[in-house]
Write a protein that binds this ligand. Structure first.
Ligand code: HEM
Ligand SMILES: Nc1nc2c(c(=O)[nH]1)N[C@H]1C(S)=C(S)[C@@H](COP(=O)(O)O)O[C@H]1N2
Ligand SMILES: [Mo]
Length: 408
């Protein structure tokens, strides 16, 4: 090789070569020794299959997470739509439950590949060194996302920093590192894929010793673990699985009127205002005439009905039959036109005390200011006297304890 012949007869390079070969000689003890790890499981093949699974799950989380962000904090180039009404529920279900399923898969993957930490020499060259350094943001970011995601759906916020910002930026860093990693490992993955497709003999490294986990056993165990995680949680959003959701953070039938509450009226500081007899619903802003209704005025109207879902960003959802006044009717009666609308809550402060609706949601005939759920007046904690309920929206935008509609 060119490099070696150039070194001949050059004393200084000879020294470098001796130093290099000292580094390149693997230390032969503990985790560095040749037979430190069972080569059946700590092998490229399970690493590649688990990697493919993680690539799919993390990409699903990334796309659905960014979509959820865009819906809540709209950008000029993006507009969300009211139909089909179940789409946000599916988006959020994929986000939270693909993320939960990724936990055992990520742990299995880390277990398969951790012997590489003791690889000697640590890098074959600058390119390889860079690729290996990229593992730090990849693994760190992935663990951070899964941990903060779980903390969020468990309503546990022990840290001062904003969950969403940290989770959001970790998502971009992790996906960036993932794209680089996929580029670097594409060769291994396609070799593994190819050898499976062509039915090549698989036992090119040592088969598992008696009683040891096989590669197939490891992949099966990871799949079963991911399936178990889903089985005991996904009933939060998939009704037929509800009775199995023993580890779901939200008990779906607990709460007034048989469904959950994230923020109570007392917690929101809206309880007294909501039951005050002087409560009025007003329609104001860019209107020909302002409107004001007492609760009796609203009850005396012909109410409309819609079957709509509360799809909380934290993964749980319920579908209920609501009755109330169409938002589009109120805006039309006030002489407002095809405009954006702010629906404001009595809640004095907090990020969810006002919801801005784009014209498509205002015009949708199923967007209601609801007075009733399943034939009963709303419970105080579900937004009495009036709450917003619109199709295909994240739960955080279904504002409770509404008092004002502002046409923009
Ligand atoms: C156990 C796994 C995970 C859980 C339980 C989880 C949960 C959540 C929750 C509850 C939200 C708040 C929803 C919202 O307000 O929009 C969220 C937002 C988000 N998640 Fe995750 N997540 C997980 C994993 C991931 C992963 C792996 C990624 C990316 C690869 C990711 C990317 C995002 C993004 C981009 C957002 C939007 C943040 C924002 O609105 O600013 N999440 N996640
Ligand atoms: N004013 C107000 N409305 C709110 C909230 C809030 O904190 N304040 N929480 C929202 C969230 S996060 C969800 S998921 C739904 C839950 O509605 P529910 O309590 O009737 O189930 O209400 C939404 N409406
Ligand atoms: Mo929510």
């Amino acid at each position: 090789m060119a490099r070696e012949s150039a070194a001949d007869g050059d004393g200084r390079t000879g020294l470098v070569r001796r130093a290099w070969s000292a580094v390149a000689t693997p230390p032969n003890f503990g985790p560095f020794s040749d037979d430190a790890f069972d080569t059946a499981v700590h092998d490229d093949r399970p690493a590649a299959w688990l990697g493919i699974a993680l690539g799919v799950l993390f990409t699903a989380c990334f796309l659905t997470g960014v979509t959820s962000d865009l819906i809540q904090y709209p950008q000029a180039w993006f507009s969300w739509f009211p139909s089909p009404p179940w789409l946000f529920r599916v988006n959020q279900g994929i986000h939270v439950f693909a993320g939960l399923a990724a936990i055992p898969v990520l742990l299995a993957k880390l277990w398969v590949v951790y012997p590489h930490l003791f690889r000697w020499p640590p890098a074959k060259g600058p390119g390889h060194a860079l690729e290996r350094l990229g593992i730090a943001p990849l693994v760190g970011g992935a663990l951070f996302l899964l941990i903060t995601g779980v903390m969020n759906i468990a309503y546990w916020y022990p840290w001062g920093f904003a969950f969403l910002d940290a989770h959001y930026w970790a998502a971009w860093i992790t996906i960036g590192a993932l794209v680089m990693h996929i580029g670097a490992k594409a060769g291994i993955v396609s070799r593994v894929w190819e050898s499976r497709r062509r039915g090549l003999p698989r036992a090119t490294t040592a088969p598992a010793a008696d009683g040891m986990l096989t590669r197939r056993g490891l992949l099966l165990a990871s799949g079963v673990a991911a399936g178990t995680v889903l089985t005991v949680t996904i009933g939060e959003t998939v009704p037929i699985m509800r009775r199995l959701a023993v580890l779901a953070p939200r008990a779906m039938d607990r709460g007034p009127q048989g469904f959950p509450v994230n923020k109570t009226a007392a917690g929101a500081g809206a309880a007294d205002l909501a039951v005050d007899p002087s409560w009025r619903l007003t329609v104001t802003g860019a209107v020909a005439r302002e409107l004001s209704f007492s609760l009796d005025d609203l009850r005396a109207r012909d109410l409309d009905e819609a079957v709509l879902t509360i799809a909380c960003v934290e993964g749980w959802s319920v579908t209920k039959r609501w009755r109330g006044v169409r938002l589009a009717d109120l805006v039309a009666e006030a002489g407002g036109s095809d405009a954006e609308v702010d629906v404001e809550s009595l809640q004095p402060e907090g990020p969810y005390n006002v919801t801005r609706l784009s014209p498509a949601f205002v015009a949708d005939p199923s967007t209601l200011l609801a007075l009733e759920v399943e034939g009963e007046p709303l419970h105080l904690d579900h937004g009495f006297p009036v709450r917003l309920i619109a199709p295909n929206q994240p739960g955080v935008l279904q504002t409770k304890w509404v008092s004002r509609v502002v046409v923009l």
